[in-house]
Design a protein around this ligand. Structure first.
Ligand SMILES: Cc1cc2nc3c(=O)[nH]c(=O)nc-3n(C[C@H](O)[C@H](O)[C@H](O)COP(=O)(O)O)c2cc1C
Length: 259
């Protein structure tokens, strides 16, 4: 695949993956590509853990599902992220950002706007929306053939210092490298960030993976081979829109027209 095609066609995979183990060749390739990302002073502050062991993936899936349910139940999720939720094609075409929640079970469609609003708590509990989302999340993670975990060394990742900022930028380069590499070989990936919003859940996963005290577990992705025919989760979203270049980039000074 051409580089530019991979950049434009890269997407978050929200659906389940094909029920197929990742080949050793592809696993080696992904780790090798990730290791070639740039870092400050070539410090390579990252370490990677690739998890294939089914039992371990299932345990992490349970934690991820419970985290999603908990975040929905205590209202944190919609309060924090509601500004990014769009409920129609027109809405997202207008803002060109956020995520369009375009896939809901029929019984929830009349409530689409209110589920993720201030008044949504009642609907969430009446229709057990937090359970639906939690179950979706657990199933998606549990059926993934591979989890890719990124750690940063605490020698570099110091939150208040510039090296901490540089480490995170370096990790961003790793993540995009992985995303493009998976796209190029018919694989997909999705962030598993819900456990990261609940410190004790994040720690439980970190402990399960034997992450030493000298490293911080920063990000977890589920990965696998994609297939367009795999059905979407019960509640799902799309977000391929991007803002117009003229809104994002300027010439010579902020606001200066590119053309
Ligand atoms: C820091 C970060 C955290 C993210 N967390 C999640 C997540 O928890 N779950 C998820 O499905 N996608 C997550 N995403 C993916 C974004 O939602 C996605 O990149 C964005 O909506 C654009 O869609 P695209 O990746 O399909 O182009 C995350 C992306 C980033 C960069």
């Amino acid at each position: 695949m051409e580089l530019f095609d991979a950049i434009i066609n890269r997407r978050t995979t929200n659906t389940a993956f094909v029920n197929k183990k990742i080949s050793q060749e592809h696993l080696d390739l992904l780790v090798k590509m990730a290791s070639h990302a740039p870092s400050h002073f070539n410090s390579q502050p990252w370490r990677f853990i690739v998890v294939e062991e089914e039992d371990c993936i299932k345990k992490i899936a349970k934690i991820a599902g419970n985290s999603m349910t908990q975040l929905m139940d205590d209202g944190r999720f919609w309060k924090q992220y509601r500004k990014y939720f769009r409920f129609s094609e027109e809405e997202i075409e207008k803002t060109k950002d956020g995520i369009h929640i375009d896939h809901l079970p029929a019984f929830l469609k009349p409530f689409a706007k209110t589920i993720f609003s201030e008044a949504g708590a009642k609907i969430i509990s009446r229709f057990r929306v937090s359970r639906i989302l939690g179950n979706d999340e657990e199933k998606l993670v549990a059926t993934s053939p591979l989890l890719f975990v990124i750690l940063l060394t605490k020698d570099e990742y110091k939150k208040e210092e510039l090296s901490g900022f540089y480490s995170v930028i370096s990790m961003g380069a790793v993540i995009q490298t992985l995303w493009l590499s998976t796209t190029a070989i018919g694989m997909g990936m999705q962030f598993i960030s819900t456990p990261g919003e609940i410190p004790e859940n994040w720690k439980a996963i970190s402990d399960m993976l034997n992450v030493p005290d000298t490293f911080e577990m920063m990000a977890i992705f589920r990965m696998g081979y994609t297939d367009k025919n795999i059905p979407r989760p019960v509640i799902d979203w799309k977000s391929s829109q991007r803002k117009d270049i003229t809104e994002l980039a300027f010439k010579n000074n902020f606001g200066g027209s590119l053309k």
